[in-house]
Design a binder for this molecule. Structure first.
Ligand SMILES: [Fe+2]
Length: 240
C-alpha cells in the first residue's frame, strides 16, 4: 500500500493545518524536549502548511535513523506490528479525520500516526527501544502472555508515556496527538506512577477512554535498559 497524495481534498488540508497549529501551540510547554527538537528537525517535510508526503518524510527519517513509514489499512495483527517494528518500520494509516470530528476518533488516523508518533523516531534511543520491543515480539511470538505484556509496555510508553524533565512532560503519541488529553494529564485526578516495568507489564489498559493512570519515565536510556533486563529475564526463563 502507498499514500495516494492526490486524493486528499481541500478539507483534508484544512483539517491537517488546524490540528497541527492547535496542537503545536498546546504542546509548547508540555511536550518533552526530544519530541519538540525532532519535530523541528523534520519541519521541512512535516509542518502545518501541507499534509506530509510520506516519501519525503521517509527520505529524512531513513537518512538519520533508518526508520521508515509502512502504510497500513488500519489496525493490524499484533504479530505483524512487532515484526515491522523489528525491521524499523512504523505503521501509519493515510486517512484523516473530518473537520466535524476534530476531537473524536474511533481508530488512529494519519494525524495521530504521523504527528504523534513519527518525530521521536528521529531520536536514536527511542527508536532502539521500539525496535528492541519488536524483536522481542518476534522472538516470543508463540507466547500470548508475553505479547500481552509487550502490548501493555507499548501502551504505557510509546502511546501514553510521560517523561521527567523540568516537571512532567509528554512523550506518548496518544497524548501528543490529542488536544484534550494533553491537558487532562495535569488534572489532580490523574494518577502518575513512577516508571516500573514490572508494574507496567501487569497493568491492564482500556483503549476506549481517556487514561487515568500514566507512568513517568526518568529518561529514554532507562526505557531501553529496562527492556533489556526484561528480555534477559524472558530468555533465562525460556532456557529453564
Ligand atoms: Fe498510536
Amino acid at each position: 500500500m502507498k499514500q495516494e497524495f492526490d486524493n486528499y481534498t481541500q478539507e483534508d488540508f484544512k483539517v491537517w493545518k488546524t490540528l497541527f497549529e492547535r496542537q503545536l501551540d498546546n504542546l509548547e510547554d508540555k511536550s518533552c524536549l526530544a519530541y519538540l527538537s525532532c519535530l523541528s528537525e523534520l519541519s521541512e517535510v512535516l509542518n502545518a502548511n501541507s499534509i506530509p508526503q510520506f516519501e519525503q518524510l521517509n527520505d529524512v527519517l531513513q537518512r538519520k535513523t533508518g526508520w521508515t513509514i509502512e502504510v497500513v489499512p488500519g489496525l493490524i495483527p499484533v504479530g505483524d506490528f512487532f515484526e515491522l517494528l523489528s525491521r524499523k518500520k512504523f505503521c501509519s494509516s493515510t486517512w484523516l479525520r473530518s473537520m466535524a470530528q476534530l476531537d473524536y476518533l474511533e481508530e488512529p488516523d494519519m494525524f495521530h500516526d504521523i504527528f504523534g508518533h513519527i518525530p521521536l523516531f528521529m531520536n536514536c534511543e527511542y527508536g532502539d527501544f521500539a525496535q528492541k520491543m519488536g524483536e522481542i515480539g518476534v522472538r516470543f511470538k508463540g507466547s500470548e502472555e508475553i505479547l500481552i505484556e509487550l502490548q501493555r509496555l507499548y501502551w504505557f510508553t510509546i502511546e501514553f508515556g510521560l517523561l521527567q524533565e523540568a516537571g512532567t512532560k509528554i512523550y506518548g503519541a496518544g497524548i501528543t496527538s490529542s488536544f484534550g488529553e494533553t491537558n487532562t494529564i495535569y488534572e489532580k485526578s490523574t494518577e502518575i506512577r513512577l516508571f516500573d516495568i514490572d508494574e507496567i507489564i501487569s497493568t491492564d489498559f482500556n483503549n476506549n477512554v481517556i487514561q487515568t493512570k500514566y507512568f513517568l519515565l526518568p529518561s529514554f536510556e532507562e526505557l531501553y535498559a529496562a527492556l533489556n533486563k526484561y528480555e534477559e529475564q524472558l530468555i533465562s526463563l525460556a532456557c529453564l
